[in-house]
Write a protein that binds this ligand. Structure first.
Ligand code: MLT
Length: 403
């Protein structure tokens, strides 16, 4: 727990819109008011002045869950979620006191700056107030079969394993890792990708090796079973995990993936891409893939996402790319297995995904007993990066039933 007391605030008429509901901007202000009130009652407002630092808000993700009216009393909890060297994340939850309805939840990332606006380390005293172990965000290194896998583990609770696609890495989940505070989020860089080092895949390794790596990671984290979420190639790996180690999967999220095998022309294209990677490197693959991964809206309005995806693909090793292409080319047909999936399943697809189109994902959802299908507007293949709020909402609803 962090050292912030819970405070109550009243919704004022001037904070409401024409229909009399608390408006979005005012809701954010109300959370800020509550945060200052909590600071005043707790560690004291001069905490920052005393230490010569200021918390500058870097990012806010807010979810408006229900409307509130003038006169409503809201109980605002403030929880420190994470602490890095210079930044920390706070979560606010505003709950109506009369009926315990959650009105809004917000995660805010702050970075400490000095009087000249330079980013500085979190002072000792603030660190004590936050009361979150330092370095919770840092990645672990796990040695498995000739490779050293980099795995980011955050939080405590039931396990949520996040498996990225090709040719990406764990930063695909940058908006999911800070969320789901009641879950232990585990996001590896698959072998050959991101910051993982060593052998990409042993010869003929294929999907089995990736699936066994996930088991090794769960073992190392002392997790028996996890809710497993995989995007695209991450989904192919989860089908393999289900075939080899079904007992480790207690829930399944399939994002922008497919169950069938590659058509002959796709297999040929995989071999061409492998030759391109060997000749011109990961950058050439990134330029070829980029136009297919993101929606027009993302390209137009989120230049930072485009840059992050390009950078992420550029980090992949050539051996990793070649090995993944071979593993995907040779993967077995997972369609016959869909009817046997016996764990709660959520299927998520970007409405503009042309690589794993909605029709194909709807067919997966129809074939898995009880599966829920959610389509994400204004997203193509990388839905968790492109539309994090909508994806996190779908995940939250799904996970709530599984805690
Ligand atoms: C991925 O995102 O993992 C790839 O697009 C999957 C594929 O090429 O089949």
């Amino acid at each position: 727990m962090s050292g912030f007391p819970i405070v109550e605030v009243t919704v004022y008429p001037y904070e409401c819109d024409a229909f009399g509901h608390l408006n979005q901007a005012a809701c954010l202000q109300l959370l800020e008011r509550a945060r200052w009130e909590a600071l005043a009652r707790g560690p004291g407002v001069d905490l920052f002045h005393r230490n010569g630092v200021w918390p500058a808000a870097r990012r806010t993700v807010i979810e408006y869950r229900a409307s509130a009216l003038p006169g409503d009393r809201l109980r605002v909890e403030t929880l420190a979620l994470e602490r890095g060297t210079t930044s920390f994340t706070l979560r606010h939850r505003a709950v109506r006191t009369r009926d315990d309805t959650i009105i809004a939840e917000a995660d805010l990332v702050f970075v400490c700056v000095d009087r000249l606006g330079r980013v500085v380390p979190i002072p000792e005293e603030l660190g004590r107030v936050l009361a979150v172990p330092r370095g919770g965000k840092e990645a672990q290194r796990i040695a498995v079969e000739g490779s050293e896998l980099t795995v980011e583990v955050r939080g405590n609770g039931p396990a949520l394993l996040l498996v990225h696609g090709y040719p990406l890495d764990r930063t695909l989940w940058r908006h999911q890792l800070p969320a789901f505070a009641r879950w232990r989020r585990i996001a590896p860089d698959l072998r050959g990708f991101g910051a993982s080092r060593g052998a990409a895949l042993p010869p003929g390794g294929g999907m089995q090796r990736y699936a066994d790596d996930l088991v090794a990671i769960l073992d190392r984290c002392e997790v028996d079973g996890a809710v497993c979420c995989g995007l695209s190639m991450g989904g192919y790996i989860l089908f393999e995990l289900l075939r080899r180690h079904p007992e480790r999967v207690r829930g399944l999220v399939l994002m922008d993936t497919k169950a069938g095998v590659d058509a002959p022309e796709v297999k040929r294209a995989r071999d061409e891409s492998a030759a391109l990677a060997a000749r011109d490197g990961a950058g050439a693959i990134a330029e070829r893939m980029l136009p297919k991964l993101l929606s027009a809206a993302t390209v137009e309005t989120q230049p930072e996402t485009v840059a992050a995806v390009r950078k992420m693909m550029g980090r992949a090793s050539v051996e990793g790319i070649v090995a993944a292409l071979q593993a995907m080319r040779d993967r077995p047909d997972s369609r016959p297995q869909l009817a046997n999936i016996a764990v709660p399943t959520l299927v998520v697809c970007g409405a503009e995904d042309s690589l794993t189109p909605p029709g194909e994902m709807q067919a997966i959802a129809a074939a898995v007993r009880g599966a829920r299908y959610v389509e994400i507007a204004s997203a193509a293949h990388l839905t968790p990066l492109e539309q994090p709020l909508a994806v996190n909402r779908a995940l939250t609803e799904f996970l709530t039933g599984l805690e």
